[in-house]
Design a protein around this ligand. Structure first.
Ligand code: KG4
Ligand code: ZN
Length: 471
């Protein structure tokens, strides 16, 4: 999809606003106003007490010129519901713009993961649909708020599995429509990065981020909100996928996903016992590859005649120790690959932005203590600070979505509430394959073989194009 066609559907607001990644459908009620409570308002007396705190744009080039849009100021107290269904966790949270997490609820599909050894999209969609209402209700109840107390609803619109994203977006639109709330469409990987600003309030742009999850391996330079340079990405699999497959082939208990199982077993093993080779040593760039390491691990498992049908809990002590050696050796090399790429990325990033002080490490794999410790040494060498969200905010969660919603909402990027009569079978603007930033030209690898078909323009390119248009 071309940037221009995407832009034509965006609600471009006149302040330093960002383009709106959610499709705006149907007529907009010109009387609609986003709800924002002044800082002093108690949570349950919010409904009509906010209008004096809006800043009103001077000139409007909005595609909704009648919408006298008002944008929250930095001191407005926002309460945002975040909804996340991009993969196998159904998550919701309520977060205040002060950074207070009012609630966090995650329903994981670990049993499905264990049964199928991976995420099966149709099953995952059904599982999301089964629990989404309950997860959101629980998040509101735990936060002691009702929908009328909310300032906005934020929801992940990509990247991820379309079938799964759709469940979250449909629910978010229903709530937003019923309670007249603005909506913010969220990039899942941006949310992984920005949640670090919720826990470390000193974290200012520019900073670096290594985002490591089941589907993504990204090294980015975050220059500003919505402005990212992609220093490196994976040319095949992400590190989390390699953890999950290794765990499956070793017959580990997948109910908490493969990563934690490998981390635990690796503590018993000898990490030097098997000399797996470090991926992409000959490529002096910041891209990643984990497919080859997976193959090396599979061959090692086969040659040791390890039978994944026998769960680790039933294995003999010799078999267990052999599996632990593989887990530890795999983990050592998988993380060495991260370390090596981070070293180079830090040099590149400091060349572009010498003021960088922080490396954020986030995404599910960042909850691993070994990963944190090793990357801690890397940043220390370069006098940077490591920022790792707590494990519950590294794995998929609603807090990161709500917080990223708050960050963008404050900048004026949001959709008005959807119309009440939205049809059930509406095609939403979902972005299953959606790059976060533009590729760093000097860092482009000849080894890259990314499938580029049907990728949305990156979040950053959409934002830059909208800013250009407004000049
Ligand atoms: O960010 P995330 O929750 O979901 C995606 O966006 O993919 O990441 C999930 C991935 C899974 O591959 C899981 O095995 C991995 O994060 N993971 C870990 C650990 N906890 C979760 N990997 C290594 N060590 C861990 N402790
Ligand atoms: Zn994730």
């Amino acid at each position: 999809m071309a940037v221009s066609s995407t832009l034509s559907r965006l609600n471009l607001l006149p302040r330093p606003s960002l383009p709106n990644p959610l499709t705006i459908l149907g007529p907009v009620n010109p009387r609609w106003r986003p709800k924002i409570r002044p800082m002093w308002a108690p949570l349950n007396s919010s409904s009509n007490s906010f209008s004096a705190h809006f800043s009103t744009p001077q000139n409007s080039n909005s595609i909704f010129p009648n919408l006298h849009t008002q944008i929250p100021g930095p001191d407005d107290d926002l309460v945002v519901l975040g909804i996340e269904t991009s993969c196998d966790d159904t998550a919701a949270a309520v977060v205040r713009s002060s950074g207070e997490i009012l609630s966090q609820v995650v329903s994981s599909q670990a049993d499905l993961l264990a049964r199928y050894g991976g995420v099966a999209p149709k099953m995952a969609e059904e599982a999301h649909s089964r629990v989404i209402d309950q997860v959101i209700q629980e998040a509101l109840d735990k936060a002691n708020v009702s929908e009328t107390d909310l300032s906005a609803v934020a929801v992940t619109i990509g990247p991820g599995l379309s079938l799964c994203l759709r469940v979250g977006v449909r629910k978010a639109r229903r709530i937003a429509s019923s309670f007249n709330l603005p909506m913010v469409g969220i990039h899942h990987m941006e949310a992984h990065a920005l949640v670090a600003r919720l826990i470390e309030r000193q974290l200012r742009f520019p900073f670096m981020a290594l985002l490591i999850s089941g589907g993504h391996n990204l090294l980015i330079l975050a220059q500003d909100l919505g402005q990212y340079i992609q220093l490196g990405t994976t040319i095949d699999d992400a590190i989390g996928e390699a953890y999950d497959k290794t765990a499956k082939w070793l017959g580990l208990d997948m109910r908490r996903s493969g990563g934690p199982a490998i981390e635990e077993l690796a503590r018993e093993g000898d990490a030097e016992s098997i000399k797996f080779s470090i991926p992409m040593k000959q490529h002096k760039d910041c891209n990643f590859s984990y497919a080859g390491l997976k193959t090396q691990v599979r061959l090692a498992i086969e040659s040791r005649k390890i039978n994944a049908e026998i769960p680790i809990s039933c294995a003999s002590s010799q078999d267990r120790s052999s599996r632990a050696d593989i887990a530890a050796s795999f983990q050592r090399v998988a993380v060495l690959h991260l370390e090596e790429r981070c070293e180079r990325a830090i040099e590149w990033a400091l060349n572009i932005e010498p003021s960088i002080k922080h490396l954020v490490v986030s995404g599910g794999v960042a909850s691993n203590e070994y990963v944190r410790a090793r990357l801690g040494h890397v940043v220390k060498k370069h006098s940077l600070q490591l920022v790792c969200p707590p494990p519950s905010l590294c794995t998929d969660n609603g807090v990161m979505v709500a917080w990223t919603g708050i960050e963008h909402f404050r900048m004026g990027r949001f959709d008005p509430p959807p119309p009440a009569d939205e049809p059930e079978d509406l095609m939403y603007d979902l972005r299953p394959r959606w790059p976060l930033g533009e590729e760093y030209a000097e860092g482009r690898s000849e080894a890259r073989s990314l499938r580029r078909a049907r990728i949305h323009p990156s979040l950053t390119s959409i934002i830059q194009a909208s800013l250009q248009q407004r000049k």
